[in-house]
Design a protein around this ligand. Structure first.
Ligand code: AHM
Ligand code: MG
Length: 337
């Protein structure tokens, strides 16, 4: 730090990757190039979202995606940006996107990675200018694979990296390569992600819960009871938790990473009998990041998210994740602790 607290020794994402190369188990030159391509996709999507209203990019595209959600124009554009960037990197062989029914296998030579992504998560919030994000999980191809569905229908434990970008007041990037979590903030003047949260640790507990309580009538009794307990309804002396729900997983989780608390999207008997969030590109990467920051991630039954294996690329899961003690309290409630 020099005069007037002006930082002159910035750690950019490329510098961070070079400095930490030896500590990153999957780090090859190819992996570093892949992360560089990813950060370009995040910058491109971030800039596109920021000017969306001015260039007629708000509103619906007029069709639905693989999971039946109405696609926004920005969902389609974000997906295109992501696919083209991954294809252009030459380091990705297999791509799964929330916006594509099928897995994509790039025909070009090379590429030893499989990338799964939700290009714009929380897109129902887009037209209101609320924070949204991109979520990504990365697997190395199976030995000898030339790219197939088997490269992604694997346990979460096999991910080599996960990250999300959140497009909010600033653009943030949270990254794990299995050696802790580091957070970066986009300096739009420099066009670089700058390290701002080194070795981020999730607060071990915090009285905040984040859940779409409008679905209460469709929840199992056990879940209703647990949320009532957090609100202190069964104990006049208990201090109620605060409720915080943005409706963009990335934004709700970004707050949880920084402040602590619990985020959940349980199964319900009406809209989401298996939960709403997709394993490969929502639940897995967030669970990996949360665990690497000292937190926990489980499903309604208390099974560790990272131990699950999808049978289809768009499989969903219920999820409870965040501060270790908050997830442990839920596990105790369901008799798993
Ligand atoms: P999306 O990927 O189609 O945007 O859906 C996922 C989003 C999450 O970001 C968020 O946690 C959840 O859906 C909100 O769902 P709901 O509106 O049912 O509360
Ligand atoms: Mg999503």
């Amino acid at each position: 730090m020099s005069e007037a607290n002006f930082e002159t020794d910035l750690i950019t994402l490329p510098r961070f990757l070079l400095d930490n190369l030896k500590d990153i188990k999957c780090a090859t030159g190819e992996f570093t190039l892949l992360l560089n391509a990813l950060q370009f996709a995040f910058k491109f999507i971030s800039q596109t979202i920021r000017k969306a209203e001015l260039i007629n990019l708000v509103g619906l595209a007029g069709h639905a995606n693989s999971t039946g959600d109405e696609q926004k124009k920005l969902d389609v554009l974000g997906d295109e940006i992501f696919i083209n960037t991954m294809k252009g990197s030459g380091n990705v062989k297999v791509l799964v996107s929330e916006e594509q029914d099928d897995l994509i296998v790039f025909k070009s030579e090379g590429g030893n990675y499989a990338v799964c992504c939700d290009p714009i998560d929380g897109s129902s919030n887009l037209d209101a200018g609320v924070s949204v994000g991109t979520i990504v999980s990365i697997f190395r191809l199976l030995p000898g694979s030339t790219g197939s569905i088997k490269d992604v229908l694997r346990s979460g434990n096999e991910m080599v990296a996960a990250c999300y970008a959140m497009y909010g007041a600033s653009t943030h990037l949270m990254l794990t390569t299995g050696n802790g979590v580091n957070g970066f903030t986009l300096d739009t003047n420099l066009g670089e992600f700058i390290l701002t949260q080194k070795n981020l640790v999730l607060p071990p507990s915090r009285e905040i819960y984040s859940i779409n309580e409008g679905n209460t009538k469709y929840w199992d009794d056990s879940i209703k009871q647990y949320i009532n307990k957090l609100k202190g309804e069964d104990d006049v002396n208990a201090k109620p938790y605060s409720a915080r729900y943005i409706g963009s997983m990335v934004a709700d989780m970004h707050r949880t990473f920084l402040y602590g608390g619990l985020f959940a999207y349980p199964a319900d008997s009406y809209k989401s009998p298996n939960g709403k969030l997709r394993l490969l590109y929502e639940a897995f990467p967030m669970a990996f990041l949360v665990e690497q920051a000292g937190g926990k991630a489980v499903n309604d039954k208390g099974e560790r998210i990272m131990d699950l294996t999808p049978t289809h690329i768009h499989d969903k899961s219920s999820i409870w994740l965040g501060s270790k003690e908050e997830v442990d309290k839920y596990l105790k409630h369901i008799g798993k602790k």
